[in-house]
Design a protein around this ligand. Structure first.
Ligand SMILES: *[C@@H]1O[C@H](CO)[C@@H](O)[C@H](O)[C@H]1NC(C)=O
Ligand SMILES: *[C@@H]1O[C@H](CO)[C@@H](O)[C@H](O)[C@H]1NC(C)=O
Ligand SMILES: *[C@@H]1O[C@H](CO)[C@@H](O)[C@H](O)[C@H]1NC(C)=O
Ligand SMILES: [Cu+2]
Length: 653
């Protein structure tokens, strides 16, 4: 008991030290520290306590708290100990809201060098993209209204890159959206390009950035982007209702490069089946069991011991709730999470939109491109139980654990088994010497993202001004030698080839047959509301992402028997059946999973001018053509072009 108290004391001190080290000289933080449980007068006493505590545990040769730091043999000063402690590794990306929530807007500048190197994130060696030597790349933290200036230098060999800011409005900055083929040519080898734009005044929440050139995102070219919401009062942690704000970039992982996987998928060898991932990463770390590698795909692999896995929150005592921001950065599979010794309360989806959520044991499914923020409430015993974060990849994609399949055509997205994949994996939350995995005893209460509703009512008009009807399908056309391709209606997207310029730099008359870009006659100040009906004619979910906008999800339908399409134009038959639209409290998102053999109806106010991509976020579907765009404003012929998109067009390969 005495030790627990000391640990708690230690925690409090640690927070101060970490903050002072990481972000020097910040007025607000100082206030917070001074008002903290440690009053000024008690602080020296606390330091002595903590130092004594440290000396005790160190002299017992216990490296529990210092797993990742080199063993300390001598203590020169209390500060040195805190330095070591502050650098204690944790897998979660700790965020710093206190640096952003009450300052005026500013300009935040990053310089990024993009390279590729061999790394073994899960024990298996693979060529991985790095930004400034890191995978995942740097996390951008800012507040609403900030200006971001990101200088991106491409150090890759014979390969272009571009970066997209997933979920950001990019108002008046369409040309900074990073979408190759739509708004830019890839940044050529050895060239630098600057992305410069304002973060919307209304935008706050969990976002991310990733490559939008070929399939770079699948090999690690991604990172987090968190916009902190403004608050007037910030006295101490109580105001947030949680102590730590932590980002988790979770996604499936392939041991071959995404280019190789895509080549397999679009060849006839896979018969149109999706490539099943090999592994699973959290913030660029995972654990592959080398003996599970399949002979057909040998890997260079080193087994990672449980004790060598960095824990998500490091070494600490779990008392106050934790905010976890989950992002699916993967290529194909959705995921569900549970945490032993904790309950999870869903807070927001995608770009910070609050939803109604009760405490649950498991939350999901989060599909590629989607985000979910949860509040983690720890059980009393959590600290001593050493909780585990359990991640399960969507069983829709796991052939060895079949979900009820449609009876008339029994197959799903993952039709090819991959014996190498462990679809359920656990990650330690706390650093412990034993890393025993605790399981969840009770029957889990599940929070289903598919049925979520918004926390507050929305003001949406009862009818749209324009409706765009779409059908998404992967197909093997004989005209294409049975190579699978993604289609939106009858168009399979690829970047404009002749002339090889992005769409923003060309009048509509020059766009080729691979571009499906319905026109929406609207402008920045118009009140034009648009519906998009996306029908999914496949057996697996397609998570669709619309750039430049957040939309309301008015209806979502999944068919377990037969096909369920909807056409607002049909007058007879099943597809004429009007869905019941939720105009009262629909959730707002920028990425929506369109259920298999079903559809979604989304509605948004078309007040952001530009050419914005709408695509499936399954990497291989997107890369094989399941992409299109919308054009808002700019005249039906798109005669006035933005020449900036042409930069690098001739130079990049
Ligand atoms: C990026 O690379 C350049 C040239 O190699 C180097 O001078 C610069 O310091 C690097 N920047 C960062 C942030 O790593
Ligand atoms: C994986 O986890 C899910 C949900 O937690 C569970 O239903 C399923 O049975 C698990 N599969 C395996 C192989 O343990
Ligand atoms: C997609 O196809 C449907 C059915 O042919 C058609 O009604 C709809 O207008 C098409 N959408 C676009 C944007 O062309
Ligand atoms: Cu898809």
């Amino acid at each position: 008991m005495a030790q627990a108290k000391d640990e708690e004391t230690f925690e409090l001190l640690r927070d101060e030290v970490v903050e002072e080290q990481e972000q020097p000289g910040y007025e607000l933080r100082k206030r917070r520290i001074e008002r903290g449980i440690f009053s000024k007068t008690l602080r020296p006493l606390g330091f002595v306590f903590a130092a004594l505590f440290l000396i005790t545990i160190l002299s017992r040769d216990s490296s529990v708290l210092f797993r990742s730091a080199p063993p300390s043999t001598s203590i020169d000063s209390v500060e040195d100990v805190f330095d070591d402690y502050a650098q204690e590794k944790m897998l979660g990306i700790r965020l710093h809201p206190q640096d952003h929530v009450s300052r005026p807007p500013t300009t935040i500048t990053h310089h990024w060098n993009i390279t590729a190197e061999f790394h073994s994130p899960d024990g298996v060696k693979k060529l991985v993209y790095l930004v400034n030597g890191q995978f995942p790349g740097p996390t951008i933290e800012c507040r609403s209204g900030d200006r971001l200036v990101i200088h991106v230098t491409n150090h890759l060999v014979s390969e272009g890159v571009s970066i997209h800011w997933h979920g950001l409005e990019m108002r008046n900055a369409n040309e900074m959206d990073g979408a190759v083929g739509f708004t830019q040519c890839p940044i050529a080898e050895r060239k630098t390009s600057t992305y410069e734009f304002e973060v919307g005044e209304e935008q706050a929440g969990t976002f991310w950035w990733h490559a939008h050139s070929e399939v770079g995102r699948g090999d690690g070219m991604y990172g987090g982007l968190v916009i902190h919401e403004q608050t007037d009062v910030l006295d101490d942690t109580e105001d947030y209702g949680y102590e730590d704000d932590v980002l988790l970039l979770i996604g499936d992982w392939y041991h071959r490069t995404a280019r190789e996987v895509l080549a397999w998928y679009t060849s006839t060898r896979g018969f149109g089946n999706e490539p099943v991932p090999d592994s699973l990463l959290v913030n660029g770390a995972g654990k592959f069991i080398c003996s599970m590698a399949v002979p057909a795909r040998p890997v260079e692999c080193v087994d990672i011991e449980d004790k060598d896995m960095t824990s998500i929150l490091g070494a600490k005592t779990l008392t106050k709730p934790t905010r976890l921001r989950l992002v699916n950065v993967g290529s194909l599979a959705g995921f569900t999470i549970q945490i032993s010794s904790a309950k999870l309360k869903p807070l927001t989806v995608d770009g910070g939109f609050p939803i109604v959520g009760e405490f649950a044991d498991s939350v999901g499914i989060v599909y590629p491109g989607e985000r979910l923020d949860v509040l983690v409430q720890w059980d009393n015993q959590a600290s001593s139980n050493f909780p585990q974060l359990h991640i399960s990849l969507d069983p829709e994609y796991d052939p060895s654990h079949p979900t009820p399949a449609p009876t008339d055509q029994p197959h799903r997205n993952f039709k090819y088994p991959n014996q190498a994949l462990r679809p359920n994996q656990s990650f330690p939350v706390l650093t412990s010497s034993s890393q025993t995995s605790s399981s969840i005893a009770r029957e889990p209460v599940r929070f289903d993202l598919a049925t979520a509703v918004a926390a507050s009512p929305s003001a949406i008009p009862s009818t749209p001004d324009q409706t765009i009807l779409l059908y998404a399908k992967t197909q093997k056309l004989s005209i294409d030698n049975n190579h699978p391709s993604g289609f939106m209606n009858r168009t399979s997207w690829s970047p404009q080839s002749s002339p090889p310029f992005p769409l923003i730099s060309l009048p509509r008359s020059k766009w080729d047959a691979n571009q499906l870009i319905p026109y929406i006659p609207a402008s920045s100040n118009s009140e034009t509301w648009v519906d998009i009906v996306i029908n999914n004619l496949d057996d697996g979910a397609h998570p669709f992402h619309l750039h430049g906008y957040s939309f309301y999800i008015l209806a979502s339908y999944r068919s377990d028997h037969g096909w369920g399409s909807y056409s607002p134009y049909a007058t007879s038959g099943a597809s004429a059946m009007k869905p019941k639209l939720n105009l009262e409290n629909p959730i707002r998102k920028d990425t929506v999973s369109v259920p298999r053999r079903g559809y979604v109806v989304i509605r948004f106010k078309a007040d952001n001018e530009g050419i914005w991509v709408l695509h499936c976020h399954v990497l291989f579907h997107q890369a094989s053509g399941m992409a299109m765009g919308i054009q808002v404003g700019g005249g039906e012929g798109h005669e006035i072009v933005d020449e900036r998109g042409k930069e690098f067009c001739a130079a990049s390969s």
